[in-house]
Design a protein around this ligand. Structure first.
Ligand SMILES: [Zn+2]
Length: 420
């Protein structure tokens, strides 16, 4: 089976190039349907039942930009578990600074270049070739194999995995184990991600003429006091929070807070001169990433208590806080079936112990846990994480071959191992 994967190198490369040539840029969600159909037709040729599911009414879904997902399933000749490989087909905008055509599928020096080469069309192609080689060698397999190409991961996954997970596509008994071939490097198993809390905080004041600010109350100064309190109390406290989660890069192995946006007073879209007003509102968007050891109530409570202290100590300080999004931190245990199976594959192919990592940001695993209530899920795939979203993104051809071999071994392990 392993030699047969290596022998499929030309097919793997041309599949990756074909996928890159669909400019599935999100936003707006270009070329989703032709890309999904290409994947579906390929897998129909390998004996899969194909289903296309459109994320009707999800953000960005229109007749011009339909959110079309493809789910392929092949049943074995006897009952058993189901292993699902899930890849997103959307990519981020190419941006500036490329020396090759980002949608040309250029091959050079053992690499395939293009937007999405590593994140994550190379991973999708590797999983397809891994499964096809497996089917040829183990046609007698128990259970079922699924491969999906889903949309909108780069914008939160609502028209893709979230939509499908809400409809049972990522739940037992349909699916037991999920591998997401995101580019986390070919010898690492990614067990999950940190948690996320986005919120908007508004400080309120009172409008007045700018020449007599003492008659009003400046919301921007109140926000300044909040930012000063964050610097003094919150950031140092977050720096001290450590985790047993093996987050990479190591700087993210703590709690972090990003000030995502701040706006107070007049917007800057006027022409001419601003009018002299005391701003009565200032808004701050915060992006807090938290750890398995922290409860979301405490994460929110830290910020609220700083706000309440200011309200008690600072004259006229008033605020409102609004949740924008929250995602719980996730970590599949190392001895979970899918993590052990991938680790076994890495040992076989690279003759070394895998590294176990946690992603600093989230990906579609969150929906599989939150909506599908399926926790046997890891991310494993070819490609170097740091190249994602950058100009001249590439994926190594040898890396794709080796990670396809790891995937095939993991698949064999999960389907054939006797599990309670
Ligand atoms: Zn990705």
């Amino acid at each position: 089976m392993l030699e047969s994967i290596a022998a499929r190198q030309d097919d793997l490369v041309s599949l990756t190039r074909d996928l890159i040539r669909f400019p599935t840029v999100n936003p707006p969600g270009e070329a989703y349907e032709p890309c999904a159909r290409y994947v579906g037709e390929r897998l129909a040729g390998s004996g899969f039942e194909i289903e296309y599911v459109r994320g009707e009414g999800t953000p960005g879904d229109t007749d011009r930009y339909p959110r079309v997902n493809v789910i392929a399933r092949r049943e074995g000749p006897r009952p058993g578990p189901c292993v699902h490989f899930n890849s997103h087909i959307d990519v981020v905008d190419a941006g500036e600074g490329w020396t090759v055509d980002p949608f040309g599928g250029v091959v050079r020096d053992g690499r395939v270049y293009g937007r999405g080469a590593c994140d994550m069309k190379g991973g999708l192609a590797a999983s397809i070739v891994a499964v096809e080689a497996f089917l040829e060698h183990r046609p007698d397999f128990p259970g079922a194999i699924e491969i999906s190409g889903t949309v909108d991961e780069e914008s939160g996954g609502f028209g893709g995995v979230a939509y499908l997970a809400g409809r049972g596509y990522f739940s037992r008994p349909r699916v037991d184990h999920v591998i997401i071939p995101e580019p986390l490097n070919k010898d690492r198993v990614c067990l999950g991600h940190r948690g996320v809390w986005w919120a908007e905080i508004e400080t309120r004041g009172e409008i007045a003429h700018g020449s007599m600010p003492f008659l009003g109350d400046c919301a921007v100064r109140h926000m300044g006091a909040l930012l000063a309190a964050f610097e003094e109390k919150l950031f140092p406290a977050l720096d001290l929070k450590e985790t047993r989660m093996p987050v990479v890069p190591e700087g993210a192995r703590r709690s972090t807070l990003n000030i995502n946006a701040i706006h107070g007073g007049q917007t800057d879209d006027f022409t001419g001169l601003p009018s002299p007003n005391v701003p009565d509102s200032c808004k701050l968007t915060i992006d807090r990433r938290f750890l398995l050891e922290e409860a979301i109530a405490d994460v929110k409570g830290e910020v609220v208590s700083i706000l309440d202290d200011l309200k008690a100590s600072r004259p006229k300080f008033d605020y409102a806080i609004r949740d924008i999004m929250e995602v719980m931190p996730l970590m599949t245990e190392k001895d979970a079936p899918v993590a052990s199976a991938v680790a076994h594959g890495i040992r076989e192919i690279f003759d070394r112990e895998p590294d176990y990592v946690i992603s600093p940001g989230t990906y579609d695993q969150k929906h599989i846990a939150r909506l599908g209530h399926l926790y046997d899920c890891v991310a494993y795939g070819p490609g170097i994480l740091d190249l994602a979203h950058r100009p001249d993104e590439w994926v190594g051809i040898d890396d794709m071959i080796q990670s396809a071999q790891v995937m095939a071994l993991a698949l064999e392990d999960l389907l054939f191992a006797e599990r309670p």
